[in-house]
Design a protein around this ligand. Structure first.
Ligand SMILES: Cc1ncc(COP(=O)(O)O)c(C=O)c1O
Length: 463
C-alpha cells in the first residue's frame, strides 16, 4: 500500500514532472507505477512489488540493476574529475572509450563523436551528412530516405526521419529533407506474396525512390537493423545487404541506427556486419553503451567519409556540432567498465547461448488466443495480438488496448512489459538466466490467456 507521504510524491509527479509521450488529455491525473529500487533483472515498485523487467529499462539495462562495479566506476570518476569542457580539453576516459569503441566497430568506422543519447547521435549523423555534402560542393544532395515505423529519436531532425505516424500528428517536421519507404514487415506482406517476392519489392522501393528523387538529391538512407519500437520488425534476410549495395551504387550514405541492436542485444558489439553482413558508413549507438547507468550516445563515422573533407580538403570548415556533455567523463567511465565486464563475463556469448531458448519460448506463444504474430531476434521480441470475431469501433478500441491489458495482468503476476498499442515488446537485461527466461514466458502466456478471457467476457456481455 502507498503510505501517506507517498501522496505528496505522487502529486509532484502529476503536477510538475512532464513525462516523455505525455498524454495531454489526462495531464496531471495519470497514476504511473513508481520504480524505486532494482537489482539484477528485477525492479521493485513503491508497493514493494518485485517484477522481472521485460523491457530492460528502455532496451538499455544490459548488465542489469545494482551492479556495484558500474556504480563504483562512476563514483570514482566523479570524485577524480566529474566534468571539464570537451570543447577546450580532452580527458583520458573519453579518449580511451573512443578507442575501445573503434576496436569493436566494423570496417573503418573509427571516428567517434560522443553525444548525450540516441536522438542526438542520429541528429549528429544527419548534420554530418549535410555538412559533408556542403563541403563536397553538393548542396542539393540532402534528402534522407527512411521507412514507415522507424524510430530514430526526438530532436527535430531525428523525429523528422522517424516514421511512426501516430507520433507525428501534432508536430512539424523537416518534410523537405525526408522521404519514407513503406512498411518492411514481412508479416504484413500482401496475400499470395512469398517472403522472397516481398524482399525484392522492398529493395526495389529503395532503388525506385532514389531514381525518382534523383541520386544527386539523395544524401543518405537511415535504417535500424531491426525496427525496434516500430514493433520489432525483422526485415527478410538479405534486405540490409541489398539496400547497402544500392546505396553504394548511387553514392547514398548508409546510416545504421544501432541504438537498440548495439552493445550485445543480438549477441555482438554491433549487429551491422556480424548479423546483417553490412559495413555501413555511419553507425549510431546509445542505450546499452552505458547499460543505462548514465546518459551517452555516439555517432561513429568511417575514416573514408572523414578523409575527403579533412586536412587540405577541409576548406577551413569546422564541424560546429556538439554538446556540453559530449564525452562526459562519468558516462565514459561507466561505458568503459561496461565493456570490460561484458568481455570478462562473456556476456555476448551468454546472449548467443540463451537466445535460442528465448526465441523458442516466444514463438510457442503463437498458439495462444489473440496472438497473431510473434517475432524477434537475439534477446528482443514482440507479441502482436488482434481481437477477431468483432467489428467496428469495439474491435478497434480493444485492439488498441490489448497490449496494456496484457501488461496489467502480467504485472500482477510479476512481469513488466512494454505495451505498444496491440503489441507487447520485451528486451530484458542481457544477464537474464535460463530460469528467468522461462518464468518470463510462463507469465506472459498466462497474461495473454487472462486478457483473452476478459475479451471473451466483454464480448458475451456485448452480445
Ligand atoms: C533505434 C533508436 N534510435 C534512436 C533512439 C533515440 O534514443 P534516445 O531516446 O536515447 O534519444 C531510440 C530510442 O528508443 C531508438 O530506439
Amino acid at each position: 500500500m502507498r503510505n501517506r507521504d507517498f501522496a505528496a510524491t505522487l502529486s509532484w509527479d502529476q503536477e510538475n514532472f512532464v513525462h516523455p509521450w505525455e498524454d495531454m488529455e489526462g495531464l496531471g491525473a495519470g497514476e504511473r507505477s513508481f520504480v524505486e529500487s532494482a537489482d539484477g533483472v528485477r525492479v521493485t515498485t513503491e508497493n514493494a512489488e518485485r517484477l522481472i523487467d521485460g523491457p530492460g529499462g528502455m532496451w538499455c539495462v544490459q548488465l542489469g540493476y545494482g551492479n556495484s562495479e558500474l556504480a563504483e566506476a562512476m563514483a570514482r570518476q566523479a570524485r577524480e574529475m566529474a566534468y571539464f569542457s570537451p570543447f577546450t580539453a580532452s580527458n583520458s576516459v573519453s579518449a580511451q572509450l573512443a578507442h575501445e569503441i573503434a576496436l569493436r566497430t566494423p570496417g573503418d568506422l573509427n571516428r567517434v563523436f560522443f553525444t548525450t543519447g540516441g536522438s542526438t547521435a542520429v541528429d549528429t549523423a544527419l548534420r554530418f551528412v549535410q555538412f559533408r555534402n556542403n563541403l563536397l560542393g553538393k548542396p542539393d544532395k540532402k534528402i534522407v530516405i527512411s521507412r514507415e515505423k522507424a524510430y530514430h529519436g526526438s530532436t527535430y531532425l531525428a523525429a523528422s526521419v522517424s516514421g511512426k505516424e501516430r507520433d507525428k500528428n501534432w508536430f512539424d517536421q523537416a518534410d523537405e529533407l525526408t522521404h519514407f519507404l513503406p512498411d518492411v514487415n514481412p508479416y504484413r506482406r500482401p496475400a499470395g506474396t512469398t517472403v522472397e517476392e516481398f524482399l525484392d519489392a522492398k529493395v526495389a522501393d529503395l532503388e525506385n525512390a532514389i531514381l525518382e528523387i534523383g541520386a544527386d538529391r539523395v544524401a543518405a538512407f537511415i535504417a535500424e537493423p531491426i525496427l525496434a519500437s516500430g514493433g520489432v520488425v525483422v526485415p527478410p534476410e538479405g534486405y540490409h545487404r541489398r539496400c547497402r549495395d544500392i546505396c553504394r551504387r548511387h553514392d547514398v550514405l548508409y546510416i545504421c541506427d544501432e541504438v537498440v541492436t548495439g552493445f550485445g542485444r543480438l549477441g555482438h558489439w554491433f549487429a551491422s556486419e556480424t548479423v546483417f553482413d553490412i559495413v555501413p558508413d555511419i553507425i549510431t549507438c546509445a542505450k546499452g553503451l552505458t547499460s543505462g547507468y548514465a546518459p551517452m550516445g555516439a555517432c561513429i563515422i568511417s575514416d573514408r567519409l572523414m578523409q575527403d573533407i579533412s586536412g587540405n580538403a577541409s576548406r577551413g570548415a569546422t564541424f560546429s556540432n556538439g554538446y556540453t556533455y559530449s564525452g562526459h567523463p562519468v558516462s565514459a567511465a561507466v561505458a568503459l567498465k561496461n565493456i570490460e565486464i561484458m568481455e570478462r563475463d562473456g556476456v555476448l556469448d551468454h546472449v548467443r547461448r540463451i537466445s535460442p531458448l528465448f526465441q523458442e519460448r516466444l514463438s510457442d506463444l503463437s498458439g495462444l488466443p489473440m496472438v497473431s504474430d510473434t517475432r524477434g531476434m537475439g534477446l528482443v521480441g514482440c507479441v502482436e495480438c488482434n481481437v477477431d470475431g468483432m467489428d467496428g469501433e469495439d474491435a478497434l478500441q480493444l485492439d488498441t488496448e490489448i497490449g496494456a491489458r496484457i501488461d496489467a495482468h502480467c504485472q500482477k503476476l510479476g512481469l513488466l512489459l512494454r505495451p505498444i498499442i496491440n503489441m507487447c515488446v520485451f528486451s530484458p537485461p542481457l544477464i537474464i538466466a535460463e530460469d528467468d527466461v522461462n518464468l518470463m514466458f510462463d507469465i506472459l502466456g498466462e497474461g495473454i490467456r487472462r486478457a483473452a478471457d476478459d475479451v471473451a467476457r466483454q464480448r458475451r456481455r456485448g452480445a
